[in-house]
Design a protein around this ligand. Structure first.
Ligand code: ARG
Ligand code: ZN
Length: 497
């Protein structure tokens, strides 16, 4: 983009003069990590991205991906160089139009040194040209690029972006996206948001997807393969786009019988969480072999295994609940994962109650009763579980139990005001467990630090059954297993990597 009519040399000289007056010493390399205690090298320091424009081309036969990423960012300090998180082969990097030098470093760092250092508080445009075969790349010994018989899928947590676009890979830096992908005619490309247009030329079809609301990097998804795409609108007016791999085999019917209910379930969840925050909703079911589902923003990723026992609205409720708890309001650091998983699990409990398969209280009683005090389950603190236990069952089940304990302590009126008020209060932003506690105290007018400490942070089974309803709902008898239990547990039973 040519902004001014100045000879390139003069421009460089002028910006050098403007950029390095008082202390050139303040220009130093940006950190290789954003400062997350669980994942020190995830994300990067020194800048904040506002928009990713990804123009890609993919060949399913060979798994070759090539593209140009144009990244709009603003510096947050004086930078002599900065990092992007990325694994594919880079051929050129430009910063504000000028060729920059670059080098790969560590497990997934691309270090970019611009021709002229970047002053704090300025906007920068970074262009990265790249290509590669993502399935041949790994970091820390693993890959989250999933090859399928007809293509590939990028969907994983906490990392998936490294295999398909250079980024500041941490939920702390959300941005909008345009993802444009050319695939051979007959293959479809699925991503987040709305499909703006498709064009066809010389045997290639280009899909232009737009996510117009801030999105964390791990919530950006890409699926390439042969899909059947369905569209509709919910009763409440939310546009829905779903996609099903054409080779789901016996899982095809159950997958559709579940995911086609997205509009209905989005509207149902809106009753608890407030208006749906995005311009579209939906999900896709590729022919992957993994077991988990993931709340990729507006376009949920579902493993076909989630539908192996018939329709599964519970997993759809879980992933759609994340659209408010996780996607709209994203966590500040990965240790805040309870805000995502505790509430998405609790939404499944509410759905179970709605379906007459066990009330939230019965499910809470069952979790409490089925883990004896010496069960390792209680050693995992959902409020700060550690990187190795980030997706432990305790984060989900003890996490939802903590939410029932909160409900029983503050009463339904304050509880449901909090459920709905939280996404509005932090819309399109980031928040921590401490922020949630403060908000719950503010809405309920009750001090809650002892409650939060007991249920979320102590590495032991809480003694008092404050998870039991204050007035009458708990029976005090042996907890029986609610009908919905097995299905709910299967939402997160297969772990990645
Ligand atoms: N957030 C996802 C869910 O609960 C969990 C993803 C777990 N990641 C994995 N690789 N297994 O819906
Ligand atoms: Zn989840």
């Amino acid at each position: 983009m040519h902004r001014r009519i100045i000879a390139p040399g003069a421009l460089a000289a002028a910006s050098l003069l403007l950029a390095i007056p008082a202390s050139a010493a303040s220009y130093s390399p940006g950190a290789p990590g954003i400062g997350d205690p669980y994942y020190p090298n995830y994300g990067n320091g020194g800048y904040d991205v506002s928009h990713y424009d990804l123009r890609l081309q993919y060949q399913p036969k060979t798994d070759e991906l090539q593209g140009t990423a144009t990244i709009l960012a603003r510096t947050t300090r004086d930078l002599s160089s900065f990092d992007l998180d990325f694994l594919l082969d880079v051929s050129e990097v430009r910063v504000d139009g000028a060729k920059a030098s670059f080098t790969a470093s560590g497990e997934h760092e691309l270090v970019v040194t611009p021709k002229t250092p970047l002053a704090k508080g300025t906007t920068v445009t970074v262009v990265v040209r790249y290509s590669g075969v993502p399935s041949t790349k790994s970091a820390y010994g693993f890959s989250t690029w999933h090859r399928t018989p007809d293509g590939a899928v990028a969907a994983d947590e906490p990392e998936a972006a490294w295999w398909w676009f250079p980024s500041n890979d941490h939920p702390g830096d959300k941005a909008t996206y345009d993802v444009s992908v050319a695939v051979p005619d007959g293959t479809q490309a699925i991503s987040n948001g709305t499909l703006q247009s498709t064009t066809s030329k010389l045997g290639w079809t280009r899909y232009n997807w737009r996510q117009n609301k801030p999105q964390a990097t791990y919530l950006a998804t890409l699926a390439l393969g042969r899909f059947d795409i369905t569209t509709g609108t919910s009763d409440g007016g939310v546009p829905v786009i779903n996609a099903y791999s054409k080779d789901l085999g016996d899982n095809d019917g159950a997958a559709r019988a579940s995911v086609e209910r997205t509009g209905e379930l989005v509207d149902w969840l809106s009753g608890y969480f407030g208006p749906y925050p995005f311009s579209s909703a939906g999900g896709y079911v590729p022919n992957t072999t993994t077991g988990y589902a993931l709340e990729t923003q507006t376009r949920v990723y579902y493993s076909p295994k989630q539908f192996a026992n018939g329709s599964n609205t519970s997993v759809v409720v879980h992933e759609l609940a994340h659209q408010w708890y996780g996607d709209d309001v994203s966590l500040k650091h990965w240790k805040d994962i309870w805000i995502n998983e505790g509430f998405a699990r609790y939404a499944q409990w509410l759905w179970s109650e709605h379906e007459g398969e066990g009330t939230a209280q019965e499910l809470a009683d069952y979790v409490y009763a089925s883990h004896p005090a010496d069960d390792a389950f209680w050693t995992v603190a959902p409020g700060d579980p550690g990187a190795d236990h980030q997706f432990d069952a305790a984060v989900y089940d003890r996490g939802a139990l903590a939410i029932q304990a909160l409900r029983n302590t503050i009463g339904d009126d304050a509880f449901f005001r909090i459920l709905k008020g939280w996404p509005r209060t932090h819309a399109y932003g980031n928040a921590s467990v401490a922020d949630f506690q403060r908000y719950a105290e503010q809405v309920s007018g009750k001090p809650l630090s002892a409650l939060f400490d007991t249920w979320l942070f102590q590495p032991s089974k809480p003694a008092a059954p404050s998870a039991r309803a204050l007035a009458g709902a708990g029976t005090g008898t042996e907890a029986t297993r609610p009908k919905s239990w097995k299905r709910i547990e299967a939402t997160n039973d297969v772990h990645g990597h």
